[in-house]
Design a protein around this ligand. Structure first.
Ligand code: BG6
Length: 491
């Protein structure tokens, strides 16, 4: 099966932080893949910017290495590599000083008919200063700006940052990336819900018992411990990725996939989240921190060792029982959990349906398990619908729970594109559907802030869990108290 490739309009993409980790691991490989598929127009241009003094050639050598490190060798054998590298040039400029900016302006203005895109792959404290200089040098006029999380560390700082950016770029040219929205399976959630008549009539509290959203990582924080310790799992994963997933599950059908139609519906979900504060925090949240343990068959250090500190109250695990207070979802818990150094890397959404209202079978046929829809985001992307069927064979009826199993890798023999491939080109297309609008980000912080505050007020350290397990036992108790259980690995 081949993918349909529609080339985008000519663009000049300026990447700030071009020698950083995000550019190296994600942006350069993603752009190359789109080029390889023939989606970049001949004159698309990419300008790298960072403080380091590099020539165009040195930057191209850096990019070549990034491709070698992150792209399979067989995709690097053709003439496409040199064609891609020829698109790249480099300007040394500092967000806090004027040096280099006139040269950058000249390079961008050399292509007046191109769509100018500015990707801020830098530390967040530079977002404001870079936007200001883009404005000062006349580059913001038609430009689109792309920023990454963290967008603030609480509501106040997010509002301040959004205002700073908003003074230079109007909202319809601000692209806030949540890379989870660019993942194939996350978009598939919309296809599943809105391109099938089957699910929508059941998609409510009359038929759904509960929803689980798990984003589990096997890796620890490793060399990102410095940043991570200022954030923690709530800010790093829940405020953005997990709440976005929750929104896509819980939102009303939008009238279209138009950016604002979708984002209006997501915003309503965020605003309908039941507040969690000092009163209910202990009953509905669990925070944990990993201790030394085992992962992938080897011993791994604890969080404090990775951080190089004897103390930290930063959580590397969070579980929350969330509720969406509206007619569709009243009484349906959304159990959310995420953590580092868990038993395996798995991200999935489990929609658990209610049991059948009455059994016509004899008690000895075995329990009638509830139907479940499992959307596996990664790895092994796919969808499973668990049903009860009759065990084959003669004799009386025996029932068994089996999945209708749709593995994307088996069904579509195409490479699963990285989220950034889709998202960067959506910026060029001017399609904001998969980007977070300002009010969404702020509504998410509005829900998260009181939880963080309640944790601070409680002054309790995060609960320890052994690396390589599913988190603190309190997280298991959180769901089992309600007579339910966490489901892992497509179960
Ligand atoms: C990032 C977080 O946004 O998402 C990281 O900052 C996390 O801590 C990562 O590891 C997970 O992304 P993915 O695509 O690997 O699931």
């Amino acid at each position: 099966m081949t993918s349909r490739v529609i080339p985008v309009a000519p663009f000049t993409l300026t990447v700030f932080g071009a020698t950083g980790d995000l550019a190296r691991r994600k942006l350069i490989p993603a752009l190359f893949h789109r080029d390889l598929d023939g989606q970049l127009p001949d004159d698309a241009t990419i300008i790298g910017v960072s403080r380091r003094a590099l020539s165009d050639e040195q930057f191209r050598a850096f990019a070549r290495q990034a491709l070698t490190d992150h792209i399979p060798g067989n995709e690097l054998e053709g003439p496409e590599v040199d064609r891609f590298l020829a698109r790249l040039s480099y300007v040394a400029a500092d967000a806090d000083a004027d040096g280099g900016w006139s040269e950058l302006a000249q390079r961008v203005e050399a292509f007046p008919e191109h769509i100018p895109v500015y990707y801020l792959a830098t530390a967040p404290h530079l977002f404001g200063p870079i936007c200001e200089r883009l404005g000062k040098y006349g580059l913001a006029e038609n430009g689109r700006v792309v920023i990454e999380k963290p967008i603030g560390k609480d509501l106040k700082s997010a509002v301040a940052l959004n205002q700073q950016i908003g003074r230079i770029f109007p909202e319809d040219r601000v692209y806030r990336i949540d890379h989870y929205l660019g993942k194939e399976t996350v978009q598939n959630l919309m296809a599943l819900r809105f391109a099938n008549a089957l699910f929508e009539p059941l998609w409510n509290n009359a038929h759904i018992d509960h929803v689980q959203i798990t984003v589990a990582e096997a890796l620890g924080v490793e060399e990102r411990a410095g940043y991570y310790d200022t954030a923690g799992a709530m800010r790093d994963m829940v405020q953005n990725h997990i709440l976005q997933l929750l929104c896509l599950v819980a939102m009303e059908p939008p009238a279209s996939l138009d950016a604002d139609a979708v984002r209006d519906e997501k915003l309503k979900v965020l605003r309908a989240l039941k507040p969690i504060d000092d009163q209910n925090m202990a009953a509905v949240t669990v925070r944990g921190q990993y201790r030394a343990g085992a992962s992938a068959g080897g011993a791994v250090p604890g969080y404090l060792d990775e951080l190089g500190s004897s103390t930290s109250s930063t959580e590397t695990f969070v579980a929350v029982k969330a509720e969406v207070e509206n007619w569709r979802w009243a009484g349906v818990p959304f159990y959310l959990r995420t953590g580092k150094r868990l038993a395996s890397r798995v991200s999935e959404i489990v929609v658990g349906f209610k049991p059948v209202p009455h059994s016509v079978f004899d008690a000895n046929v075995g329990p009638i398990e509830s139907n479940r829809l499992v959307i596996r985001l990664q790895p092994d992307e796919g969808v499973k619908l668990w049903l009860m069927i009759k065990d084959p064979g003669p004799g009386g009826i025996r029932l068994t729970h089996v999945p209708l199993d749709m593995s994307f890798a088996k069904a579509f023999k195409v490479r699963n594109p990285d989220a950034y491939e889709r998202l960067i080109l959506d910026v060029v297309r001017g399609n904001q559907t998969l980007f977070m609008r300002r009010d969404e980000v702020e509504a998410a912080w509005k829900w998260v802030d009181p939880i963080l505050e309640a944790w601070r007020n409680a002054k309790e350290p995060p609960r320890p869990y052994t690396a390589g397990t599913w988190g603190p036992s309190a997280a298991i108790a959180l769901i089992e108290r309600d007579g339910r259980t966490w489901l892992e690995d497509g179960a």
